[in-house]
Design a protein around this ligand. Structure first.
Ligand SMILES: O=c1ccn([C@@H]2O[C@H](COP(=O)(O)OP(=O)(O)O[C@H]3O[C@H](CO)[C@@H](O)[C@H](O)[C@H]3O)[C@@H](O)[C@H]2O)c(=O)[nH]1
Length: 457
């Protein structure tokens, strides 16, 4: 009997990477290709624990496996510098062992192809040594990818220094066709934290060699959405946006258990009335800012669904303003983690108050939801620029001089976002564009087909 092609997918250890890579893996598996999905042990345990059937580690043709992350002292896992050092030192050997073990056993089809998250593209050296074909996956926007690929040139031209600072003019431009990056929009910008900035900047330096090394670098966007940026990366293969349908929602790759009670709660709300508030997996807030969000939602008078992760309050236990929960009980729903795409697809949703992580951006765009933008760090400020200034599907929620977004600003933008017909019309056009790219004959559909043909060749 002919053996199925076997692809190994290796995910960087973060929610914003695991989720889109797992969605892509399901899409690949649906074409009759075997997929082994590799997480670190800690991430694997979280993903499996959050699955509706947590005994089953094979879902929809994707087998979930794990390797150690190399960390021996638990505390080192909380220290990003120590973690990165351990991970980079041990991961190549661990991955090599896993591939060899799999290929030596007769149980599985041998691995003929490895797809890695581009931020850990240095792993491809191991794969190269084993004579296995390779591709990379970029989790952010095509513009972000183009920017990282241009970093060496920006350094050479004296626009950036070796620590990633803009040397003059407060702007870095890579083409006249797409907006320049301001200092605060640099993906590695951490004000006052030079060491952290350098770590992220150095991690980014791996992107260009990775992109040059592989035949294709896939990304979670349709070509038409960022066409000028895509044109700056010769081997980009835009295959997104990925959507989790209700049929495969059992294996979303979430690190937290999805609280589906919010879907029946949404069923009870009026169409186009609910503010959905979610800041992805990393953003945290001070007590003062957390209270302003709560009081802004209250002041808006709208029903809201708010995702409050247990770690959202920056290490402190989550505590709401006095009497808040009682006052909003009849129109507020709070969950620790939602089935986000099902939420965004729900007719009751009016606006999405978001940190503008790329996955959330693509999900909101492909489901036609207007945005209220509250970027937190990394690529999110530049994503906000596309959402508000280029696609014109959102409004910025601006901080005051003290850096805090006030309850009045939050409530005002909620009302403006709900009433703005132009934004709603543009959001609906964006949804149509995404759907068209994914349908038969569309750019993402054809690109994905090309990739599958390559896997089979
Ligand atoms: O209650 C929730 C909240 C979020 N999500 C999902 O979690 C993912 C979050 O991804 P993203 O919106 O990209 O945010 P982060 O988790 O913060 O992602 C990191 O990774 C992204 C991709 O590289 C970057 O764009 C971000 O800036 C970076 O913070 C999305 O798929 C959401 O659907 C849920 O399923 N339920």
């Amino acid at each position: 009997m002919a053996r199925r092609p076997h692809v190994m997918v290796v995910a960087p250890p973060a929610q914003g990477h695991v989720r889109p890579l797992l969605k892509l893996s399901h899409q690949i598996a649906s074409q009759g290709i075997k997929v082994t999905f590799v997480n670190t042990e800690i991430i694997h345990a979280k993903v499996v624990a959050a699955m509706s059937d947590s005994k089953n580690e094979e879902i929809g043709g994707v087998t979930l496996v794990s390797v150690p992350d190399g960390v021996e002292q638990e505390d080192d896992r909380k220290d990003i510098f120590k973690f990165t050092e351990c991970f980079q030192r041990t991961m190549p050997g661990n991955l090599k062992d896993l591939i060899q073990r799999t290929n030596d056993s007769n149980e599985d089809e041998p691995i003929r192809f490895v797809l890695v998250g581009a931020t850990i593209g240095w792993l491809l050296e191991v794969v190269q040594d084993l004579g296995i074909k390779q591709a990379a996956f970029w989790t952010g926007s095509p513009a972000g990818l183009a920017f990282f690929c241009h970093v060496p040139k920006l350094i050479e031209d004296g626009v950036l220094d070796m620590n990633g600072n803009i040397v003059e003019n407060d702007q870095a431009s890579i083409s006249e066709e797409i907006p320049a990056w301001n200092c605060s929009e640099l993906p590695w910008h951490f004000p006052g934290e030079q060491k952290l900035q350098k770590l992220f900047f150095d991690m980014g330096l791996v992107i260009r060699p990775t992109a040059q090394h592989v035949k294709w670098i896939l990304c979670n966007a349709p070509y038409e959405l960022h066409s000028q940026a895509c044109d700056l990366v010769p081997n980009i293969l835009p295959v997104g946006p990925f959507l989790t349908t209700t049929e495969n929602s059992a294996s979303t790759g979430s690190f937290w258990l999805e609280d589906t009670s919010c879907l029946s709660w949404l069923d009870g709300q009026e169409a186009g009335s609910v503010v959905y508030v979610a800041f992805g997996s990393i953003a945290v807030f001070s007590k003062q800012q957390f209270d302003e969000i709560a009081l802004g939602l209250e002041l808006s008078g709208q029903p809201f669904l708010w995702v409050v992760r247990s770690d959202l309050a920056n290490g402190s236990p989550v505590a709401y303003p006095d009497g808040f929960l009682e006052r909003v009980a009849d129109r507020g729903k709070i969950v620790e983690w939602s089935p986000q795409e099902n939420v965004l697809a729900h007719p009751s949703i009016a606006v999405f108050l978001t940190h503008c992580g790329w996955n959330s951006t693509m999900e909101g765009a492909s489901l036609g939801v207007p945005f209220l933008c509250w970027p937190y760090f990394a690529d999110q400020f530049y994503n906000q620029k596309y959402i508000c200034d280029i696609w014109k599907v959102g409004l910025k929620v601006n901080p005051g001089e003290d850096g805090i977004r006030s309850r009045t600003e939050i409530s005002t933008k909620i009302q403006q976002g709900i009433c703005d017909d132009n934004i709603r019309i543009n959001a609906s056009k964006l949804k149509d564009l995404c759907q068209k790219c994914l349908s038969k004959g569309g750019s993402s559909f054809e690109n994905f087909k090309k990739f599958i043909d390559h896997l089979r060749s």
